[in-house]
Structures are given as structure tokens and as C-alpha cells.
Design a protein around this ligand. Structure first.
Ligand code: CAA
Length: 260
């Protein structure tokens, strides 16, 4: 296992790898080095076939992440920002092909919310606070917030959050569709782990194609999305996992998916 400074990567268990953001001194602010480590850890998790089927991303019990590192950002001028490797790291995070679940407790702000929105679904503790407070700094979200938040919660709430810098709580985030589930704060990681383990039992090929098809729905007209789904569906007919899934159902036993 690689040694990281800003994140902690646990060995996989039951097909699930837990990655924790680990900068308690800065409320897990996402400095460029942290994003680089995350991109690297996800690239490694993407290539390990059997052991890692799902990745779970969490912060601490008090904070998921309080955004980009404002102190680091303050030292960069326009050219410095332009040369910074952050966009490449975000791209690598976005390209992670396996299910990625975010378990969120406490503050999930700015780049922290943008990171959570890079995950495929968010499980939130009742104490979670979501917001895009960049406007308070005289800037705007810079890692997809203006695009992803609108798609997640619709125009009106996205405008309210991004233009005012106000936060919303977990219940409101649930009602708006930003998060998939709300738990008691002390159970967030446990519930997210259970969900990740449920996903990890499924066919890795089907998981990957389902994720790809859902993400494509944000980028394509319906007719193209349906075509992509159809092709992915047909492709799966060639997999041993599909045979296994159907046979197991007919034989009234749990399936054992191998990713073949
Ligand atoms: N960057 C750097 N350091 C941060 C930070 C951030 N985003 N957020 C918190 N910290 C640091 C604080 O400076 C403080 O460090 P010191 O003890 O050395 O002063 C430490 O973490 C604890 O923070 P607070 O004392 O402020 O803790 P609090 O509990 O009183 O408040 C908070 C918590 C409301 C989250 C507050 O820290 C806060 O408002 N943080 C900034 C949130 C923000 O504006 N995020 C957007 C960043 S810009 C961005 O993300 C751009 C983008 O889209 C890519």
C-alpha cells in the first residue's frame, strides 16, 4: 500500500476500499497535493481487479472537506492557477470507472461539495452541511459546482446556494436529490460501507457499464443515451457474469460474479 500524506487509504475489505481525506488541521481543505494523491489512489484502485470493486470516500466525523485550500489559492496568481495541476487531478477523479460513494459528515463546502458530487452517490449524516461559499471570497466554484449542482438540485436551489453562500442541511439535501440517504451521524460510514459492500457483490462489468450509461445521460440527447444503453446491454450478454446471474436466480442460490 502506498504511503500518502493527505489521504489515508485502507486495504480493501469485502471488495471495498476506504479512502479518507486526512488534513484535520485544515478541515480537509483540498490542496493540490491532496487532489493529486486522491487521483493516484483512484488510478491504483481502478487497475486492481478483484480486490477493489467499489471505493468509499470519507472525511472525518466533523468535516468532509471545507473546500479548496484558501491559503494555497491566495498564493497563486492567474498564471499560477493556470499552470496548477488541479484540472488534471479532477479529470482523473472524474474518470474513475468503478462505483464511488461519498460518506459525508459535517462540513461539505466549495471544492468539498464538488468532490462529493464527483462521487456516484452521497450518504450523509444528519449533521452534514452543504454549500458553495466561494461567493464570500469574491470567486465562484471552480471544479464543476455551477454545472453539477444545477443538475443535482435544479436551478433555483443551485442559484440560491451559489449566489448567497448559504448552507443547507442533510434533510434539505435529501429532499433536493443531492444525497441518496441520510443517517445518524455516527452511522454514516457504517451505512455507506454496507451499501458499498452490496454493490461490490454485483458484476463489476455490469457496474461499470451502468455507471458509464448513467453518466452519459448528462452529456447526450435521449436517443443517443438509449442507444448507448442498448449496446451496453447487448455487450453484457457476452459475459460469464450474466450467465452466472441468471443461472443463480433459476437455481435459487446467490450469484458469484467474477468480472468475466
Ligand atoms: N482552506 C484552508 N484552510 C481552511 C479552510 C480552507 N478552505 N477551511 C478551514 N480552514 C482552516 C482554518 O483556516 C483554520 O486553520 P487555523 O486554525 O490555522 O486558523 C482551521 O481550518 C479551522 O477552521 P475554522 O477555525 O474556520 O473552523 P470553524 O469550525 O470555525 O469554521 C468553516 C468551519 C465554516 C468550514 C470555516 O472554516 C470556513 O468557512 N472555511 C472556508 C470554507 C470555504 O470558503 N470554502 C470554499 C473554498 S474556495 C473553493 O473551494 C474553490 C473551488 O470551488 C475549487
Amino acid at each position: 500500500m502506498m504511503a500518502y500524506r493527505d489521504i489515508q487509504v485502507d486495504p480493501p475489505r469485502n471488495g471495498v476500499q476506504l479512502i479518507r481525506l486526512n488534513r484535520p488541521e485544515a478541515h480537509n481543505a483540498l490542496r493540490t497535493a491532496l487532489l493529486g494523491e486522491l487521483a493516484e489512489a483512484l488510478a491504483a484502485a481502478a487497475t486492481v481487479d478483484e480486490q477493489v470493486r467499489v471505493v468509499l470516500l470519507s472525511g472525518s466525523e466533523k468535516v468532509f472537506a471545507a473546500g479548496a485550500d484558501i491559503k494555497e489559492m491566495a498564493a497563486l496568481d492567474a498564471v499560477g492557477l493556470w499552470k496548477d495541476r488541479r484540472p488534471q487531478h479532477w479529470k482523473a477523479i472524474r474518470g474513475f470507472p468503478k462505483p464511488l460513494i461519498a460518506a459525508v459528515n459535517g462540513y461539505c463546502l466549495g471544492g468539498g461539495l464538488e468532490l462529493a458530487m464527483h462521487a456516484d452517490c452521497i450518504i450523509a449524516g444528519e449533521d452534514a452541511r452543504f454549500g458553495q461559499p466561494e461567493i464570500n471570497l469574491g470567486i465562484i466554484p471552480g471544479a464543476g459546482g455551477t454545472q453539477r449542482l444545477v443538475r443535482a438540485v435544479g436551478k433555483s436551489l443551485a442559484m440560491k446556494l451559489i449566489l448567497s453562500g448559504e448552507f443547507i442541511g442533510a434533510r434539505e439535501a435529501l429532499a433536493a436529490g443531492l444525497v441518496a440517504e441520510v443517517t445518524q451521524p455516527e452511522l454514516t460510514l457504517k451505512r455507506a460501507t454496507a451499501l458499498a459492500e452490496t454493490m461490490a457483490e454485483k458484476s463489476p462489468i455490469a457496474l461499470r457499464l451502468a455507471k458509464e450509461a448513467i453518466l452519459a445521460s448528462f452529456e447526450t440527447p435521449l436517443s443517443q443515451g438509449l442507444e448507448l444503453e442498448r449496446k451496453a446491454f447487448l455487450f453484457l450478454a457476452a459475459s460469464a457474469d450474466r450467465r452466472e446471474g441468471i443461472e443463480a436466480f433459476l437455481e435459487k442460490r446467490p450469484p458469484k460474479f467474477t468480472g468475466q
